[in-house]
Design a protein around this ligand. Structure first.
Ligand code: ATP
Length: 353
């Protein structure tokens, strides 16, 4: 196996009585787009800050390209960080902002200009090199911040919710751009986000965090199709979680299970061989291209069923409120999980509060 770009061994950080990061072991491979995903307060930023050297671990080690850098200051590590607040110098133009890091490193002036322009070109901002940050849009400012980090040619780029301040449309566009850019430059990206859709869109692999620990590390498809724990199933995508009495009543099984809403069929869509249950449509939530049907099963629990808006008009869909329906699913789409649903509800409530 090749040497990982980043390796964390037993990494722990306590702030007084709060254990923000709890004995983390993790390998991030060279050239990966790796995301750390989790609710607010789960320890993602603290891990990133320890990789960058802004925070010293209470215990454990940080290795970069196989070298132990645990005690080294940030400037002696081959990493750069891009934060959510771009922190550009307002009195300098875009080019000077990007050149700044090279100036500090005493790179000769002739090379500085070329490298800064190349970094700006890579984020499609070559045309705007002479503008001030105040004359740019939020998305353009974020690209300048990226160029400023890329110009140093770090082995690892750390990104802490860099798209958090952008509106949804721009955010989506930037997600695709970032992924393309990462492929192009081949630098290892470690990306922190609490947005599961963002993590699924961009990452080669994702670590899902909960309370200072990693619940699961996997590819986006694996996380979605085969979540290992109730927490992951509840946090990544929407899930129908069944445990205890609910699992016994609906599935006739003991344990904790997840069924994704799009895997449940409704009435005429129910396929032969499906396990079926009867229920009543309690509500229909219109979401544009799809609808969510909330079905109160006769056996007790409520299931969310996703149906694409292919044929039904909105009125037809809404008109099904209060109707008796049959739902069905293939047994292979019932995923057995470890952990219980109570744990998921608790952590989601904590996130909301
Ligand atoms: N400097 C600090 N002093 C005290 N407690 C801290 C400090 N930094 C972080 N914490 C605590 O450590 C825990 C993890 O925080 P962290 O910022 O790493 O979480 P996060 O997952 O990045 O959250 P967010 O998405 O909100 O940034 C939280 O309980 C937080 O309050």
């Amino acid at each position: 196996m090749s040497t990982p770009a980043v390796e964390l061994v037993g990494l722990t950080k306590s702030f007084g009585s709060v254990t923000a990061v709890d004995g983390l072991d993790l390998r991030i491979e060279d050239g990966e787009f790796f995301s750390m995903l989790g609710p607010s307060g789960s320890g993602k930023t603290t891990v990133l800050r320890m990789i960058a050297g802004f925070e010293l671990p209470s215990a454990g080690r940080v290795l970069l390209a196989g070298e132990d850098v645990t005690g080294r200051p940030p400037f002696a590590r081959d990493v750069n960080t891009v934060f959510q607040d771009y922190a550009l110098f307002p009195h300098m133009d875009v080019l000077a902002n990007v050149e700044y890091g090279l100036r500090v490193k005493r790179v000769p002036a002739s090379q500085r200009r070329d490298r800064a322009m190349a970094a700006l070109e890579s984020v499609q901002l070559g045309q705007l090199a002479r503008r001030r940050p105040t004359q740019l849009s939020g998305g353009q400012r974020q690209r300048v911040a990226l160029a400023r980090a890329l110009v140093n040619r770090p082995r690892v780029l750390l990104l802490d919710e860099p798209l958090g301040a952008l509106d949804l449309k721009l955010r989506r566009a930037m997600q695709l751009e970032l992924k393309d850019l990462q492929r192009e430059v081949g630098i290892t990206f470690v990306f922190v986000t609490h947005d599961q859709e963002e993590a699924l869109t961009m990452s080669d692999r994702i670590a899902v965090f909960s309370e200072g620990r990693i619940e699961q590390v996997a590819s986006p498809a694996e996380l979605y199709e085969s979540p290992g724990t109730a927490f992951v199933a509840g946090f990544v995508g929407t899930s129908n979680l069944l445990s205890g009495d609910a699992a016994a009543a609906v599935l006739g099984r003991t344990g904790t299970f997840s069924i994704r809403p799009e895997k449940i069929h409704l009435d005429s869509d129910v396929e032969s061989g499906n396990t079926t249950a009867r229920g009543t449509v309690a509500d229909v939530v219109y979401l544009g291209s799809v609808n969510h049907y909330l079905v109160d099963l006769d056996a007790g629990p409520t299931l969310t069923v996703l149906k694409q808006n292919l044929r039904d008009s909105t009125e037809q869909a809404m008109g099904r409120r209060g109707q008796q329906v049959t739902v069905g699913w293939a047994d292979e789409h019932v995923i057995e999980l470890s952990g219980d649903t109570q744990q998921v509800q608790q952590s989601h409530e904590k996130e909301k509060s």
